[in-house]
Design a protein around this ligand. Structure first.
Ligand code: C2E
Ligand code: MG
Ligand code: MG
Ligand code: MG
Length: 282
């Protein structure tokens, strides 16, 4: 009896594993098609200063799937990273963002906006990454200072020397560098001293409870003060309430991003919301 149950359990797991393998293979095939048929799009989430003036945006990828609708990056970026598809996808993101900056440069209302994109570790570590960035900046004739790359701490884990060299080369092209999800990874303060960063981005997990949890409040306050000492800009992500904004503003945080100011939206919605907020405040 027990043996039979075991066998059934085994078979059950076999099926589940096979299902998972099939689903993965299917997703991978679909990702290839998505690239070919241009099913990706960028959504734009506003970044503001503490007086709620627009500083720029973060571009966040979405997969406009023919039957599943808009698919969030968490559903496909990990597999894209594993399979290497993140390289062409990431290149598309860079190219599309630079083309957007080119378009923004032609309009008085948008020409000052900084646009940030997310870079995965695998993309960053390719040998011609710096050349790709430089080429996209030149091809689109944009001011590199308005283009920002968001890097995560995980990318610093191996070969620090080479990583710093790549970051310096990127810096030399004129683009800005931001350290995303700061506080969740392994960066020591030592790192912050040697990395050629413009900005650190405080992770949402610390921002969430700043108004109520004294530990998170202390951590965020310390990060802001430390950034100041190191001459780095600091932006808080996941700002959803006035209480959080007030806390950040009082402690000298430079910039904020979060649902309080706007969710990631299509370029059309983003641009029309800009018009509204600027006419409301001016
Ligand atoms: P991230 O770079 O840390 O982006 C911030 C995420 O937090 C976004 O989720 C954004 O929609 C969400 N968010 C922003 N404000 C709030 C808020 O106030 N409350 C809450 N609850 N969430 C907020 P999204 O768009 O699903 O992106 C998730 C992650 O996927 C990103 O985290 C980034 O790591 C990755 N990702 C997105 N686009 C790209 C891309 O083009 N390339 C790569 N390699 N990764 C990307
Ligand atoms: Mg980011
Ligand atoms: Mg982040
Ligand atoms: Mg995050």
């Amino acid at each position: 009896q027990a043996k039979k149950a075991d066998r059934n359990t085994l078979r059950f797991f076999d099926h589940k594993m096979q299902d998972a393998i099939n689903a993965r293979a299917e997703l991978e095939a679909e990702l290839h098609k998505a690239l070919e048929h241009q099913q990706f799009e960028l959504h734009y989430q506003i970044q503001v200063d503490c007086a709620s003036r627009a500083l720029g945006a973060e571009a966040l990828i979405r997969w406009n799937h023919p039957t599943r609708g808009l698919v969030a990056p968490a559903q496909f970026i990990p597999l894209a990273e594993e399979t290497g598809l993140i390289l062409p996808i990431g290149l598309w993101v860079i190219e599309t963002a630079c083309a957007q900056l080119h378009a923004w440069a032609r309009d008085e209302k948008t020409r000052h906006l900084v646009l940030a994109v997310n870079i995965s570790a695998r993309q960053f570590h390719q040998s011609d990454f710096v050349a790709q960035v430089r080429a996209a900046v030149q091809r689109n004739a944009i001011d590199p200072n308005l283009f920002k790359l968001e890097l995560t701490e995980s990318l610093l884990l191996d070969d620090t020397e080479k990583t710093v060299a790549t970051m310096n080369a990127l810096k030399a092209t004129g683009v800005q560098l931001s350290l995303d999800d700061f506080g969740t990874g392994y960066s020591s303060l030592q790192y912050l001293k040697i990395l050629p960063l413009n900005q650190i981005k405080i992770d949402r997990s610390f921002v969430r409870d700043i108004a109520t949890d004294p530990n998170d409040a202390a951590i965020v306050q310390t990060i802001i003060a430390m950034a100041g000492t190191l001459g780095l800009d600091v932006i808080a992500e996941g700002v959803e309430t006035e209480a959080q904004l007030e806390f950040l503003d009082l402690r000298g945080c430079h910039a904020c991003q979060g649902y309080l100011f706007g969710k990631p939206v299509s370029i059309r919605e983003f641009e029309s919301s800009l018009g509204q907020s600027s006419s409301a405040t001016s």
